[in-house]
Design a protein around this ligand. Sequence first.
Ligand SMILES: Nc1nc2c(ncn2[C@@H]2O[C@H](COP(=O)(O)OP(=O)(O)OP(=O)(O)O)[C@@H](O)[C@H]2O)c(=O)[nH]1
Length: 531
Amino acid sequence: MVLGELSRRLTSAMSALTGSNIIDEKLLDAVLKEICSALLESDVNVKLVGNLRKSVKQKVNLKDLPAGVNKKRIVQKTVVDELIKLVDPKVEAYKPVKGKTNVIMFVGLQGSGKTTSCTKLALFYQKQGFKSCLVCADTFRAGAFDQLKQNATKARIPFYGSYTETDPVRISKEGVDKFKKEKFEIIIVDTSGRHRQEKELFAEMVQIQQAVKPHQTIMVLDASIGQAAESQSKAFKESSNFGAIIITKMDGHAKGGGAISAVAVTQTPIVFIGTGEHMHELERFSAQPFISKLLGMGDIQGLMEHVQSLNLDKNKGMIKNLEQGTFTVRDLRDQMGNILKLGPLGKVASMLPGMGQMFESMGGDDTSGRVKRLISIMDSMTEKELDSDGRVFNADPSRMTRVARGSGTSVREVEEVLSQHRMMLGMAKKMGGKNGMMAKMNAVGGSPKNAQQAASLQRKMQSKGSASGLPLPGGMNMSDMMKMAGQMMGGGAGDMPDMSSMMSQFGDMFGGGPGGRQGSPNLSRNRGGRR
Ligand SMILES: Nc1nc2c(ncn2[C@@H]2O[C@H](COP(=O)(O)OP(=O)(O)OP(=O)(O)O)[C@@H](O)[C@H]2O)c(=O)[nH]1
């Protein structure tokens, strides 16, 4: 989870607000005190924290608010707006243009994650259809070129560098010129790490910049940099005048506040955050959803965009099956495939209001390994078995042994899959048919499809507040949440994967699925050990 500790404390401060019936100065002060101390302990600049506190107090004048206004909502909105201000300098970052050369130069401290982020970014743009490449101008650190070469090869991104040339200015110029001639659209130049005391290295960075004339210079900051972020980022700003920031290592236990403060100190926007060592662990940064997720309020709009961008299997056959109250083993296999495509469950959970913290409190365990194992079991079944309702295995239990052998798993795991399938089939029976849940859900308005509707729904969900400890909106229980999320994402609408059943599956995997059902097969308890 991104900035887990800060998120936990901010979420808890906000839930004190949503859980209280009386909103007065005393409560506001207590909430603000907790928010400010969480920010300070995360290394957010003390002046910025002071300004935030003052600004909220000024804007929320509880005594002068007329009777009948929703004080809770006003306080909540003001706090959220002020937190957004911390990470949003209201400056537009450069946007690469298709069909044109876009040179992007990376600068930053040693070990901040530049080389890794360069490849991540090249891959990100490559996935967006840009012709991307990398130039290694880090001649300072032995092994830097090898690292970039290795990353680039893995990601299939063309690269340029030299083992013998020691002049980074010359290398970067040669590399950029070569790739420009070859009509590359994104040319990313990695430079060596340096500290503000290193005057010569700073001068060299400026020379590289003059040689390659980047359209965008990005400073990379490690989330654990702490208070040093202010002086370092100021020094880099003065010499390289970078136009964007990438904060790396947001996945760890880093406090992150120092790096966040660099935004205000340099008036420069964060464009991406690094959330892991793997090449795809780079997220586009957007202030409002970031704060919303940090406060445990989720990011429904982001989740919908994420789901849509994945081009998940439409599963029209499954929806038809569900409508008729049935569910085949193949349907389960397809749904599991969609779950895998969604990425780490922790990421998905953090986009649903209240789920991020809950997921963490359950150990933040990623189930993708287990899901892959279950898929491999179903991939070892025959077509007939996949398209069945699972009863064929009862008729011939020796088939379970064959499937277990074929998938390199155990009979117990095959039984688990079949038991999971039986449970889904049972749900499908309840959902399908004229009087089923699906028909009722569709009758009450179907599913809002566009992002605007999702955003408004999220606002409604958040504004309801919660009486429970964690801000599960409107006092909803997990079952309501999952149903709602599923409904929002097209459950039963016919042209999206059936997310409602996927959410139900999540619930069952976590051991407390729809309706708080317990005793269903709990995959987290069965770590796929062979027998
Ligand atoms: N957990 C995590 N690790 C990261 C992330 N980004 C980079 N790293 C790791 O941080 C370490 C340093 O990253 P590099 O990319 O080598 O850093 P650099 O800035 O190029 O280093 P210099 O060339 O010495 O300046 C490596 O072990 C990376 O795998 C991230 O977002 N999350």
